[in-house]
Ligand binder design. Structure first.
Ligand code: FEC
Length: 310
């Protein structure tokens, strides 16, 4: 029998083809088409990683495995993927869910920490689509899940694996640097919890590993002229080189999938900067569709639904 309960798994969205980069970028900019040279710059970053990112395929693999996990946990749900900035857009997916007879929806983003500019925007997209469809669902919205114990454990094990890839002689002196997408500094004006939540989960992972010295830096700041939160990882690598650091383990704790901000900004740009500074940069593997990450999401869904009922 078909279930009337579903999870709406939300991801950022990625263009399917290089021809779509201009329209995708326009959507990110709220409908304002960027200058052609800005579009060309962005397209060149996709070309550098092979033309497309695996974000959609990973999100779909997560969808299928999460459906199986929730059924195994005795919490059957259908699971759908909706994207913020590309097809299938959140609104398109919610229409499909309505047409499939779904009544209860738990909406969760593939991003662990809350900011009004990230999760708040996913929430706005869900609310706008819901209003447009005539409010057919009972919705539980998961604002954050960075505190899930299974997430902290997963990130700690990813750091352990990365440290195991560092040659024995350098492991003890490796510096662990957590990172996340920068946001404009103006988020501080509205007491946005984003920075505090990122430091909280990073500190929890560091405590789990018994690390006394760990750092935090920002990555992937946008091109707008307003100030963005720093230090940017590219500058911070220079600071670390000045301190004599030779090995850095970067932990992009604000992201969960392989996509442009990982495959280009870390694997190409930061790696290149590190190489020039004589630093060995090792990145932790992303959670992607691993069984440990499916456990995190299944727990987050179960906890959010229990809190809603309770
Ligand atoms: O793989 C892909 O194709 C998509 C990778 C991708 C992810 C992602 C996640 C986050 N973003 C966040 C904030 C902003 C803000 C702006 C902004 C702009 C871009 C641009 C691209 C892009 N983002 Fe993104 N982001 C990804 C890709 N992002 C491409 C446009 C070019 C550029 O600026 O680099 C500025 C918007 C504006 O101009 O008005 C702000 C945050 C996240 C992490 C949470 C999440 O995953 O949803 C926060 C993945």
């Amino acid at each position: 029998m078909a279930t009337e309960s579903a999870v709406l798994l939300m991801a950022y969205g990625t263009p399917d083809r290089l021809e779509d980069v201009g329209d995708y970028y326009t959507h990110i900019r709220g409908g304002r088409r960027p200058a052609e040279d800005a579009i060309d710059n962005l397209r060149a970053r996709y070309v550098a990683i092979g033309g497309t990112t695996p974000l959609r395929a990973i999100s779909e693999a997560v969808r299928d495995r999460l459906r199986e996990q929730l059924a195994a946990d005795g919490l059957p749900h259908d699971v759908y993927v909706g994207m913020r900035h590309w097809h299938p857009y959140i609104a398109e997916t919610m229409r499909t869910m309505r047409d499939a007879g779904i009544r209860r929806v738990t909406a969760i983003a593939l991003a662990p920490h809350y900011s009004r500019m990230s999760i708040g925007a996913y929430r706005d997209a869900v609310e706008a689509a819901h209003a447009e469809l005539g409010r057919p669902f009972e919705i539980t919205f998961v604002d954050r899940w960075h505190g899930e114990p299974a997430f902290i454990e997963l990130m700690a094990s990813r750091v352990r694996d990365a440290l195991a890839r560092v040659p024995d002689a350098d492991r003890a002196s490796a510096t662990v640097v957590f990172s996340a997408h920068s946001l404009p500094i103006r988020i501080r004006e509205w007491q946005d919890p984003y920075e505090a939540e990122l430091l909280e989960s990073s500190a929890a992972v560091a405590a789990r590993l018994g690390l006394s010295d760990w750092r935090f830096a920002w990555q992937s700041a946008g091109g707008s002229r307003e100030p963005w939160i720093g230090p940017d990882i590219l500058d911070y690598l220079k600071t670390l080189a000045g301190e004599g650091v030779r090995t850095v383990v970067q932990v992009p704790i604000g992201f969960v999938s392989d996509h442009l901000e990982i495959l280009y900004d870390v694997d190409i740009e930061a790696m290149d900067a590190a190489r020039h500074l004589g630093i060995r940069l090792v990145r932790t593997e992303m959670p992607n569709a691993s069984p440990e990450f499916i456990r995190v999401l299944a727990d987050a869904v179960a906890h959010a639904e229990a809190a809603q009922v309770g």
